[in-house]
Ligand binder design. Structure first.
Ligand code: IPM
Ligand code: MG
Length: 375
């Protein structure tokens, strides 16, 4: 834990595939933004983990790595997993899910925003105004039974049962987080409406999820609310995504809808993600390790870089270092300016810029963002 005399420390797991490439870009951009903002440099503690590490050592994370990750002020993760490397039960290697569980990183924040000149997948011009957040519960729901936790009920070779778990304690915190997020968004000029996304028409667990939403909602009378069943929400995310602001939902629903949402504004290369618990936060691009393009200078680093901005905002509050919030603002502004001026053209969107070219331009844009904010 840092104070004014200790540097802010981030545990870094670069992971597999393009996770390594986009992490390197992110740390460089974070460092530059921090220095431009006049904050003290952030220090990094690198932790080895991932599918490649598992292939080489038989462990998915280095000895003591899980504990060390929790000792830092935040965790940054590139991407973990390689489809060719699997556990005996056929699932992929995922120490990340254990980190979510161990540090109870319940609040998965996945912002989705349309940028000018980035592909707009919907023909309707209102798609320009897409700007919402999927708040994905990230420790329980159906992921309570993720293979890495060993909680599946395997009945011989005839049946397997995976439990979907909803607890009052986590759900209360989650919904409260959703309403507070809406309040913060209102302060930034956004709509601040919270939609409870569930399947309360069919599952008792989901009716419970909704009833806790209603309890928490009573404490936030100023915030507009709505409800949607998850299947209808999938439809509405294609039909009228501009109508939504904060959507709060169970873990597996959030996993699925956040990929759909990433697609609306270009692709997974835009899908930033923060996973926040009571004591620490993990920041990662929500895309995978993309082994098909790894090592070819093709990856779009923006999801990772924008996750880096979310991390700086989190650290600013946690470590009481307000300049870090300024650094986050510089990164966000640089990305916005880059798209406005059509200077960020990732290959993911058919553009001509590989990871390195994106990195170089982002560094230039950071300087320009600083100059534009100083005047
Ligand atoms: C995500 C990813 C992870 C998840 C995988 C890599 C375990 O898809 O962050 O959305 O399923 O949560
Ligand atoms: Mg996912």
């Amino acid at each position: 834990m840092s104070n004014n005399s200790n540097p802010v420390e981030v545990a870094v797991i670069r992971g597999d595939g393009i996770g390594i490439e986009v992490t390197d870009v992110t740390l460089s951009i974070v460092d530059k933004a921090v220095s431009l903002a006049g904050a003290d440099a952030v220090s990094y503690a690198f932790i080895k983990a991932g599918a490649g590490y598992y292939r080489d050592t038989g462990q998915d994370i280095e000895e003591g790595g899980e504990e060390r990750a929790g000792e830092a002020d935040a965790i940054f993760l590139g991407a973990i997993g390689l489809p060719s490397i699997r556990s005996e039960d056929g699932t992929e290697i995922s120490p990340h899910l254990r980190l979510r569980d161990r540090y109870q990183l319940y609040a998965g924040i996945r912002p989705v925003k349309a940028y000018p000149n980035a592909p707009q997948r919907l023909a309707d011009p209102r798609a320009e105004a897409i700007d919402f957040v999927i708040l994905r519960e990230s420790t329980e729901g159906l992921f309570y039974s993720a293979a890495v936790h060993g909680r599946s009920e395997v009945i011989g070779d005839t049946e397997v049962r995976d439990t979907l778990r909803i607890t009052r304690a986590t759900t209360e915190k989650l919904h409260k987080f959703a309403f507070q997020l809406a309040q913060k968004r209102i302060a930034r000029g956004k709509r601040g409406r919270v939609t409870c996304v569930d399947k309360a028409n069919v599952f008792t667990s989901m009716a419970f999820f909704r009833s806790i939403f209603d309890e928490v909602k009573a404490d936030f009378p100023d915030i507009e609310t709505g409800y949607n069943y998850v299947d209808a929400q999938a439809l509405d995310l294609v039909r009228r995504p501009w109508d939504f602001d904060v959507m709060v939902m169970e873990n597996m629903f959030g996993d699925i809808l956040s990929d759909l949402a990433g697609g609306l504004v270009g692709g997974m290369g835009m899908a930033a993600c923060a996973e926040i618990g009571d004591d620490t936060g993990l920041f990662q691009p929500a895309h995978g390790s993309a082994p098909d393009i790894m090592g070819q200078d093709k990856a779009n680093p923006l999801a990772a870089v924008l996750s880096g901005a979310l991390m700086l905002d989190y650290l600013a509050e946690k470590c009481s270092q307000l300049e870090l919030s300024k650094a986050a603002g510089l990164i966000e502004r640089a990305v916005e300016m880059g798209f406005e001026q059509n200077r960020l053209r990732p290959m993911e969107f058919g553009g001509d810029m590989g990871t390195k070219a994106m990195h170089t331009t982002l560094k230039d844009l950071l300087g320009e963002a600083k100059a534009s904010m100083d005047v």
